[in-house]
Design a protein. Structure first.
Length: 308
């Protein structure tokens, strides 16, 4: 759905985090400064993300109206015609921004049916040129709610020729089910050790490449051969993968890295510091708020990147 930049003042971080979380759940491709790593140059990254944004959500509060950073970001959004103002406190936006209609979230507690939240989703969708994503449409709280179907993932050309090795913590297999279904659905050929533990329907399970690591076999050699035959290694970082520190998972990632085949994503809100080098030298897709059955823009972008 295109990148959305969230501008806010640091004292409002808890409220910004709640808004960021719900915007991601709604399917918007969002960036905010919580995704900065310790090695990033703050000024440079912020400037780049503002330039790349197709919409900028500005959270006006009693703190942000005095923030030079927020005012600068809001001014950039205004000049480009991509400003989406949001009101958090009983204040008036700064001079120059008062005549723009804002989404009123002063009384919002995370409800999809809140008129201010619906106004925010509609405004973002209009600027991005899309239908409101999975938005509950109601004109009266007593009316039956209607959910707008989410969009489909784009199936890349030639996906059936792309063999992908799935690197993951064994305990995460059930959690990966919905993502694996998407990857199989767009046509990729996947190698997963012991796919029977994922819980796929038999028709999909049969499409998994079946040369698994055999009990009693040399697992390092089996992995080496499978990665050698794959075009890509897709690594899934999770809280489990970090805490368990399994040798096999790290061996799979390392093989992907040294063969320049590694792509990575997060399925939990783990930081770059927790993942550590050398893996954080590359961009890592954030699927931590992925929901089964809902379109996730970050996964769609990852799919296109894996096919390019």
């Amino acid at each position: 759905m295109g990148p959305v930049f969230l501008s806010y003042s640091n004292p409002d971080r808890p409220r910004a985090q709640q808004i960021a979380h719900h915007l991601k759940l709604a399917g918007f491709g969002l960036w905010w400064d919580a995704e900065l790593s310790g090695a990033d140059s703050f000024d440079e990254v912020i400037r780049q993300k503002v330039d790349e944004a197709r919409a900028i959500v500005v959270l006006w509060s009693r703190h942000s109206v005095r923030s030079a950073w927020v005012l600068t970001e809001a001014d950039a959004a205004l000049r480009r015609g991509i400003l989406v103002p949001v009101l958090l406190d009983n204040i008036e936006p700064p001079l120059g921004f008062t005549r723009y209609q804002y989404a009123d979230l002063r009384s919002w507690n995370g409800e999809d049916s809140h008129p201010g939240w619906q106004a925010l989703v509609r405004a973002l969708s209009r600027i991005l040129g899309i239908a409101p994503p999975e938005q509950i449409r109601t004109t009266d709280p007593g009316l039956k709610r209607e959910t707008v179907p989410s969009r489909s993932y784009n199936a890349p050309k030639g996906a059936s020729d792309i063999r992908i090795f799935i690197a993951h913590a064994t305990d995460d297999k059930p959690r990966l089910k919905a993502i694996i279904e998407v990857l199989l659905g767009v046509g990729f050929r996947l190698w997963i050790d012991k796919p029977q533990r994922i819980g796929l329907v038999p028709e999909l399970e049969q499409r998994i490449l079946q040369d698994r690591i055999k009990y009693g076999g040399d697992w390092k050699e089996a992995i080496r051969v499978a990665i050698e035959q794959a075009r890509l290694v897709l690594g899934f970082w999770s809280r489990t993968a970090i805490n368990q520190k399994r040798e096999q998972f790290h061996y799979e990632l390392y093989q992907g890295l040294i063969h320049q085949k590694l792509q990575q994503c997060r399925i939990d809100d783990v930081s770059y510091e927790e993942i550590g080098t050398p893996y954080t030298f590359a961009q890592i897709a954030d699927l931590s708020d992925f929901r089964p059955g809902a379109f996730h823009p970050e996964l769609d972008i990852l799919i296109q990147d894996m096919a390019s």
